[in-house]
Design a protein around this ligand. Structure first.
Ligand SMILES: C[S@@+](CC[C@H](N)C(=O)[O-])C[C@H]1O[C@@H](n2cnc3c(N)ncnc32)[C@H](O)[C@@H]1O
Length: 409
């Protein structure tokens, strides 16, 4: 149903000037009544060193003209000028909805309201109001300087196709983190210490910092750890560019030994092979209240099974006879034993699929919440009989110094 144009533009104006809700807006096309000054205009909030600004990019036939307007300064005037232009369409994406305004031949407005667009390339959610979609929407705001500096979005704020899977993994991992945040002990004014072990290009590190501070209100000190100096240099450079260097730092070293004092939340996304074991062992040593680890390749137990194919317990030899099945079984056994060892060290553990396999085949997540509960005799017996049956010694057990025996409390 057509609406009076002024009312519809007033609705658009309100969205354009909302620094927290607006994701991106585009004015384009023309009305019967006239030709706009600009071929197209794009607006988005951006976080600059001196605060959030409304970025306005106006395109003429050959180039783009960009200005960053303060919300308590020139933003309202800039928006009013653009809304006065005879654009034929406005497309406005916010964290909760998508509004499309089309001006009819009679100069009235056709308005269409839809769910928020998912910026990670996935289909729109069935229920746009669900909590996790709000998490995604606020997390994946492509207008953030952060994503641009990290190289995830291109100049127009679109997620680069090659980065979509990783961004989706990161957002799903944060979605898995969100519900267990409530189990964290009281902070007593202390910042939350988050450590990302095997941080690589630090997408997860920065996304977590951004999510926990802006969306969840924590005061966070985040440390990214990687064996590669290049990863540390990259993370440090991005942190400096964002003005976050005092709260987001990077350290070169192994997950097991890097100079970090402790952590409340330990993250490890696709830390290679036994680097995941190092991350889990470190977290146990720190008695970290929360651990989220999504393992990568699993060579340790695989090697042990390959070396002893004939030693498989009856009647399970068929499970490890064929290379591909042995590989998959080794993955399952490795993560089952990791979960088992964490339970023996006072963690409540879940092993879940945190992201669809189309985004990565490495989609298992070990989510552990520290309870401090001593191991039960049944848990000990389970662990011992499983490792004995398959004649394996998980690397994590070696790191925890309990290969030979686990003290029954
Ligand atoms: C597959 S990448 C994953 C990076 C990042 N977490 C992600 O998901 O995009 C694995 C990273 O772990 C690092 N790494 C490998 N072994 C490590 C260890 N023992 N300690 C710390 N980092 C390690 C590698 O240098 C690499 O950057």
């Amino acid at each position: 149903m057509p609406h009076p144009l002024d009312d519809a533009l007033a609705q658009v104006r309100e969205l354009l000037l909302d620094p927290d809700q607006l994701v991106r807006a585009v004015g384009a096309g023309r009305r019967r009544s006239g030709l706009p000054t600009w071929r197209k205009v794009e607006l988005r909030p951006v976080d600059l060193k001196f605060g959030r600004r409304l970025q306005v990019t106006a395109y003429d036939a050959t180039q783009a003209h960009t200005s960053n307007e303060a919300y308590d300064g020139g933003a309202a005037a800039a928006v009013d000028l653009l809304l006065a232009e005879p654009f034929g369409n406005w497309h406005v994406e916010t964290t909760t909805q998508t509004l499309q305004l089309r001006v009819t031949k009679r100069g009235q407005a056709q308005l269409h309201l839809g769910p928020a667009q998912r910026l990670d390339g996935a289909e729109p959610a069935d229920e746009p109001g669900r909590a996790h979609d709000r998490v995604k929407a606020s997390l994946l705001d492509p207008a953030e300087l952060l994503w641009h500096v990290l190289g995830i979005t291109d100049a127009s704020g679109r997620v680069k196709p090659t980065r979509q899977d990783k961004l989706h993994q990161v957002s799903e991992l944060l979605r898995a983190l969100d519900p267990v945040l409530s189990t964290l002990p009281a902070r007593d004014g202390e910042p939350l210490r988050v450590v990302d072990l095997g941080c690589g290009n630090a997408y997860l590190s920065f996304a977590t910092y951004r999510f926990l501070t802006r969306s969840r209100g924590f005061d966070v000190r985040l440390t990214g750890v990687d064996v590669k100096g290049q990863a540390v240099e990259h993370g440090s450079r991005v942190a400096a560019e964002l003005g976050w260097s005092d709260r987001v730092t990077f350290v070169q070293g192994s997950a097991l030994e890097a100079p970090v004092d402790g952590a409340d939340v330990v993250l490890a996304l696709h830390a290679c092979d036994t680097a995941t074991d190092e991350a889990l062992a470190r977290a146990v040593r720190w008695e970290a209240p929360l651990i989220l680890a999504s393992p990568c390749c699993h060579h340790d137990i695989q090697r042990q099974l390959s070396a002893a194919v004939d030693g498989a317990p009856e009647p399970y030899a068929a499970l490890v006879r064929h290379g591909i099945l042995r590989e998959r079984f080794a993955d399952v056994l490795t993560d089952a034993l990791r979960a088992s060892l964490l339970r023996l060290h006072g963690y409540r553990v879940e092993v879940i699929e945190f992201v669809g396999s189309q985004h990565t085949p490495r989609n298992t997540l070990i989510r552990a919440v520290r309870t401090g509960a001593p191991p039960t005799p049944e848990q000990l017996a389970d662990y011992r009989s499983l490792t004995a049956a398959w004649s394996v010694t998980p690397h994590l057990a070696t790191l925890l110094g309990i290969a030979a025996d686990i003290p029954a409390t």
